[in-house]
Design a protein around this ligand. Structure first.
Ligand code: FAD
Ligand code: PYC
Length: 416
């Protein structure tokens, strides 16, 4: 750090941040835009950024009913990986991972992207067969992925319990070394700043309450700040996708479920990778602040409250304690929930809707954070050209009538 940055930090500290430049503007909505994006989560903001960067479309508004990033984007546990089973998923998640690898530089924003590796554990012979199959599929798609065994894991993560006497003994895992974690709200802020700089209007506290149509074509939206016209509209609202689809007069095969997470009190560095177990429904990493970041599968019931049942976290902590006995006396500090939109094949929907010029990007369930850059990139193409990019063509809504499903339940990482 040089003397100028020390002075600048001191000056800003004493000014109580009053003179800081806003990272993005807070404009009033115009009467009309070329494109409206509903939802300022990571996916919506990334879409706006790539519309400007890749397609030169900047007469764009992103409408957010709350605050930017206040949905699942800043509620998630930030695991980024691309080790999905099917070619279709591998293509979009790997595209995303490649974008992650240069994103801090591209946005000039420190996203704290940390390629610390992700282990997906196997606890039975059948788990290990499935892991072999997925690792082979990953490698055929050029995705780094390897099978490791209990001793290998123990060497890298000495605090893990690999005793064969455990209730769910750890036999091995798939390991993706390029996978890892990132700073979740930083992703929203980085994309927002870059999109705003390109001329995109990001309008917070602006709830969309209706989708206007004329002759089967979208013409704009009704909002808490009035009517706004648009040639094209993209819906990117995660847990509220069904609500927005209903406003536009069609239904989606999605369910909205709470998904919970919690963090412990901060401790010194004890785990420098990510451990996930789909079988016992628990996963853990350690944040830069020292907190253990812990999650599980979805709550079984449907709902829109951003909280969940205590039984889920009780179960996940019991499972985690068996895997890491050293955690048994740690205190938990905070706990929250988000609303995730799950699809029957655990795979997203990105593309056209029955309403002309109205497009949707949803159904990422428990696993969309990792896809933020790739999803925004592909959705921007879809909005700009009116047609899906080959990378998102397999994720059309009509696959639920044609039957071309992409069943990723086995690789979703978290049960849903
Ligand atoms: P959001 O960030 O939810 O953005 C949608 C926005 O739309 C919200 O800000 C909302 O306020 C807004 N909105 C809704 N209705 C309206 C309306 N009517 N008008 C205007 N705006 C509206 N994924 C991973 O890859 N790795 C993980 O480790 C991971 N962990 C998770 C842990 C938890 C606890 C949760 C809840 C999710 C997790 N996920 C994870 C999933 C991931 O968070 C989501 O898939 C992803 O963030 C979705 O991003 P988004 O931008 O589509 O949605
Ligand atoms: O998709 O890898 C994932 C994930 C981890 C935690 C929640 N989702």
């Amino acid at each position: 750090m040089n003397k100028y940055s020390i002075f600048s930090i001191a000056r800003n500290a004493f000014s109580h941040h009053e003179n800081w430049q806003e990272a993005w503007r807070s404009p009033e909505p115009r009467k009309e835009y070329d494109v409206i994006i509903i939802g300022a989560g990571g996916h919506g903001l990334a879409t706006a950024y790539y519309l400007a960067k890749e397609h030169g479309i900047t007469n764009v508004a992103v409408l957010e009913k709350g605050w930017l990033g206040g949905g699942n984007t800043a509620r998630n546990t930030t695991i980024v990986r691309s080790n999905y089973l099917y070619d279709e998923s591998a293509a979009i998640f790997e595209k995303s991972l490649k974008l992650w690898e240069g994103l801090s530089q591209e946005l000039n924003y420190n996203l704290m992207f940390s390629q610390r590796g992700v282990y997906n554990l196997g606890h039975s012979l059948q788990d290990m067969r499935d892991i072999h199959r997925r690792v082979n599929a990953n490698r055929l798609n050029g995705i780094d992925s390897e099978v490791v065994y209990a001793d290998d894991i123990k060497r890298e993560v000495p605090i893990i319990n690999t005793s064969p006497d455990a209730r769910y003994p750890i036999l091995g895992a798939s390991l993706q070394r390029r996978a890892g974690t990132a700073r979740h709200d930083g992703v929203a802020w980085g994309y927002a700043r870059a999109a705003d700089a390109a001329g995109v209007d990001i309008i917070e506290n602006c709830e969309v309450t209706g989708i206007n149509r004329d002759g089967g074509k979208v013409t704009g939206v009704e909002t808490s700040k009035g009517t706004i016209r648009a040639n094209k509209v993209g819906i990117v609202v995660a847990g509220h996708s069904g609500v927005l689809a209903e406003m536009a007069g069609f239904s989606l095969p999605v369910e909205s479920h709470p998904l919970q997470a919690l963090v412990s009190e901060p401790v010194k560095p004890i785990i420098d990778t990510v451990i996930m177990s789909g079988a016992v429904h628990a996963y853990v990493s350690q944040s830069d602040k020292g907190e253990l970041v812990i999650g599980a599968g979805i709550d079984a019931y449907l709902g829109y409250s951003q909280r969940g049942g205590v039984d889920i976290i009780e179960h996940q902590l019991a499972a985690l304690k068996e895997m890491f006995p050293i955690f048994s006396r740690m205190r938990m500090l905070r706990h929250w929930g988000g609303i995730v939109d799950t699809t029957p094949d655990a795979t997203p929907i990105i593309g056209k809707t029955p309403v002309r010029n109205l497009f949707i990007n949803c159904g990422w369930g428990t696993g969309g954070f990792k896809a933020t850059p790739g999803s925004g990139w592909a959705f921007a193409h879809t909005l700009a050209t009116g047609e899906p990019h080959p990378i998102n063509a397999p994720f059309s809504l009509d696959r639920y009538t044609t039957g071309y499903l992409v069943d990723e339940h086995g690789a979703a990482g978290v049960a849903h």
